[in-house]
Ligand binder design. Structure first.
Ligand SMILES: *Cc1c(COP(=O)(O)O)cnc(C)c1O
Length: 456
């Protein structure tokens, strides 16, 4: 009998992150300076990021060593288990073998500490004393609060208003790790004050919160900015997930997956799992990589591949990505971590060249999947993670119809213990599906910066 939980020894935690840039079939379109459209001078980032992270952002090397201080902190919860979802397979009656990498076992309950710890470490090394950041559902804020507490840094979190109100316990969690939290848009920045003047009841967005945190970092001494997704260095840190998974599949004598699935907000947990498999995908066209997003915020499935700002106030460099437009205001769906208007440039690039498939789901069917998972495997998923689970169930049912014994692998990006309010709404029948009308999308896209579409 095969073990259902595949554990590695702590000595098997990878000692280098994998940089997919070294194995792409073409070159990634560079970030550009919005003032003149030229490729960005990396020194422009040094006001808000430490040198080491800027180097990683531009890095072309295939492997980047993980510092021993970061490994030591990873050892508080890593390696994370790879789990065969046997109970779900049996419930579905599928011949497919389903595996998930359980990133919910981290202190903050998601994959996000993998990069939070690295970012806090490199900032500490550079003499920074305080980090400012944004958070949507609260997972990134929690992860960075935890990481800052480990490395003795202060932490200021701008939390999107809708989540701030829906998730009071995430706030307390961040406080427990010593962070300072404010609802965004806030009165603490020019960006926040400008939006409140127009719309005092604004429910906020990640784009707005990013503008606030970037402004905070740029205007306070010894303060840097920290981003929980999207950027190359963040995705790099997350590859520890896929690297461990490859070792675990080998340990279980399992073949390479036929399909690998992750939910996609900014793209970091998806990237963390799939990037180490990109060389395998290049050798075997049939291997499928799939990103899953909400129908209410469908950047990969409906957003064009264009240059756009990462934030609402247009303060960031222009990034080549699948985007809904930096002014796009997503409906208040309960997967707060998937309400970002753009998508990581590296993930967008894979989609653009046809290596990555994408699918969008409505939130009610996503919660149906979440509850099925909780009642079979036992673990209650975060609403974000449940998007991946919905796709996994659909793939497993396809295998049932065709009789194919495929291996389906997905990233269990986080647990839903702080999302009980959303589950309660679901059980009361008060969860709404949102369609994104084409006119609304086109209005947001009309405000894209005037810049030619990036070439392949
Ligand atoms: C933040 C978050 C996501 C979405 O962010 P990505 O950068 O796309 O991974 C997904 N799942 C969980 C549990 C999260 O906390």
């Amino acid at each position: 009998m095969q073990d259902y939980i595949i554990n590695l020894s702590q000595r098997d935690i990878p000692n280098a992150w994998y940089n997919v840039v070294a194995d792409l079939p073409g070159s990634l379109p560079p970030p550009r300076n919005p003032a003149n459209g030229e490729p960005l001078d990396p020194s422009a980032l040094s006001r808000i990021f430490p040198q080491k992270l800027i180097e990683q952002e531009m890095c072309m090397d295939r492997w980047v060593d993980i510092p021993s201080e970061v490994l030591e902190t990873y050892m508080l919860w890593r390696p994370s288990p790879l789990v065969r979802a046997k109970a779900l397979e049996e419930y579905l009656g599928t011949p497919a073998r389903i595996y998930f990498k359980n990133e919910a076992v981290s202190p903050a309950g998601s994959h996000k500490p993998n990069t939070a710890v690295a970012q806090a470490y490199y900032n500490k090394l550079a003499g920074v004393e305080r980090l400012a950041t944004e958070t949507g559902a609260g997972q990134w804020g929690s992860a960075l609060s935890f990481a800052c507490s480990k490395f003795g840094l202060k932490c200021k979190v701008y939390m999107v208003r809708v989540s701030y109100d829906q998730k009071p316990y995430r706030r307390i969690l961040m406080k427990t790790w010593g962070a300072d939290i404010v609802a965004s848009p806030s009165c603490d920045t020019n960006a926040g004050r400008a939006i409140l003047a127009n719309d005092p009841t604004c429910s906020g967005s990640l784009g707005i919160a990013i503008s606030e945190a970037v402004e905070d970092a740029a205007t306070h001494d010894h303060t840097n900015y920290s981003l929980g997704s999207v950027l190359n260095h963040v995705l790099l840190h997350q590859t520890v997930i896929g690297l461990e998974t490859k070792k675990q599949l080998a340990l279980a004598d399992e073949k390479l997956p036929d399909v690998i699935i992750g939910c996609a907000g900014g793209g970091s947990n998806l990237a963390g799992l799939i990037f180490p498999f990109v060389p395998d995908k290049r050798k075997n066209e049939k291997m499928r990589l799939l990103g899953v997003e909400p129908s209410a915020c469908p950047s990969l499935t409906r957003g064009p591949y264009r240059y756009d700002f990462g934030d609402t106030a247009c303060t960031t460099p222009l990034l080549a990505m699948h985007t809904l437009g930096h002014n796009f205001m997503p409906s208040p769906i309960h997967a707060g971590g998937l309400r970002y208007h753009g998508m990581a440039p590296l993930v967008s690039y894979l989609r653009h060249i046809g290596m990555l498939e994408a699918k969008a789901y409505q939130q009610k069917e996503v919660f149906d999947a979440a509850v099925m998972f909780a009642r079979t495997q036992g673990i209650v998923p975060a609403p974000e993670t449940a998007h991946a689970i919905k796709a996994v169930i659909d793939e497993a049912l396809r295998c049932k119809q065709t009789g194919k014994e495929e291996v389906i692998l997905f990233n269990f990006s986080g647990h839903g213990h702080f999302d009980m309010g959303s589950y309660e709404k679901y059980f009361e029948g008060n969860l709404t599906d949102y369609d994104l009308p084409q006119e609304v999308l086109e209005r947001a896209l009309a405000q894209l910066p005037d810049m030619p579409a990036p070439a392949k």
